[in-house]
Write a protein that binds this ligand. Structure first.
Ligand code: AVI
Length: 334
């Protein structure tokens, strides 16, 4: 990543925009070359989120099957006032803010109490633009600094400009897209950007029944399948790939023991796909899979253990009535 920083002031936009320039081309090319060249084919899930993929993800959140978004929203609706009281005057930094629709519930409670600073971080410039425009319009006393970039570089940029204590939001069960070991490593790196007095609010979907989890990742309208295949669409468009989208099927089995939904694209026949920008072809056997995402589900105790290993102390856990989702409030450990 090239950390060139572009800053546009709030006077022109209604908010401040920081762009950490990262060149997606080589990233995508490297990831595809390594991932499809491996014996077990894999592509990293962050590749889902170009502007189109971010929009499809918003569609997923509105499907009747994808319950985590709704479950988390009920917790935020119930607890927004309490959080605003507890963290009044804190700067709110959000990792992977997306549409910021659920965050809006929280921001409404904060803004009712007084001027509030919000720093949404995302890799989709469109998602940042749309959410900042909407929030600026709704909350005149909200000052927004959007940071377009990867989590860690963006956090570093936000740390350099911190104006006081910070409440970092990591909502939407995004932490579940790391495996447990990576989650601990990530928490440690995140911890390094926080100081005593800061806080971290992490949302995570709980382990559950296969009957509920598998449809959540394989909705009847095929939105999640389209999201999964968006990676192939990107490879075709950005790297001159020849993927036939109909020759791959979306699959999302739940591994109960691991507490993980894994997403795959399954080749429907023996085939060879050319990726012109890499000057390489990749062969697929019938039934061969590309692993595109893991989505781990954690019980509150499991999350508390990960947090402790990552350098945080659990303050409290809030759950929805059906115990499908938990919001854990953490403080940096000594
Ligand atoms: C963003 N992330 C938490 C979602 C999840 O549930 O793991 C991504 C997703 N993949 C398929 N549906 C939703």
């Amino acid at each position: 990543m090239d950390d060139t920083i572009g800053i546009e002031p709030s006077t022109d936009l209604g908010w401040e925009r920081i762009t950490l320039e990262h060149d997606d081309g080589p990233d995508l090319a490297d990831a595809v070359s390594t991932g499809l060249g491996a014996a077990s084919k894999t592509l990293p899930c962050h590749l889902f989120y170009d502007d189109e993929g971010s929009l499809i993800f918003e569609e997923i959140c509105a499907t009747p099957e994808y319950y985590p978004t709704r479950a988390e929203r009920t917790i935020l609706e119930r607890d927004a006032e309490k959080l605003a009281e507890e963290f009044a005057g804190y700067e709110i930094v959000e990792l992977g803010s997306g549409s910021a629709e659920k965050t809006e519930l929280l921001l409404a409670a904060f803004c009712e109490r007084g001027p509030t600073c919000y720093v949404p971080i995302d890799i989709s410039s469109d998602a940042l633009e749309r959410s900042a425009a909407r929030l600026t319009e709704r909350f005149p006393n909200l000052s927004i600094t959007t940071i377009e970039g990867e989590y860690e570089a963006a956090l570093a940029a936000s740390s350099a400009r911190r104006s006081g204590p910070r409440l970092v939001l990591f909502l939407g069960s995004n932490i579940g897209n790391f495996g447990p070991t990576e989650a601990v490593k990530f928490l440690k790196r995140l911890r390094a950007h926080l100081v005593p007095g800061d806080a971290l609010l992490v949302g995570v979907a709980a382990r559950g029944d296969r009957e509920r989890l598998e449809p959540a990742y394989n909705d009847a309208a095929g939105v999640t399948a389209r999201f999964n295949k968006n990676i192939l669409v990107r490879i075709n468009r950005e790297l001159g790939g020849t993927f036939d989208l109909d020759a791959f099927e979306h699959a999302a089995p739940y591994d109960e023991e691991a507490g993980r939904v894994a997403m795959y694209l399954v080749s429907q026949r023996a085939q060879t796909v050319r990726v012109e920008a890499l000057k390489r072809s990749f062969t697929f056997a019938a039934g061969e899979r590309i692993h595109t995402e893991d989505s781990y589900k954690y019980g509150p105790d499991e999350l508390a253990q990960l947090a402790a290993r990552g350098g945080f102390e659990l303050v409290r856990v809030a759950r929805d009535a059906d115990e499908l989702f938990a919001l854990s409030l953490l403080r940096p450990g000594a």
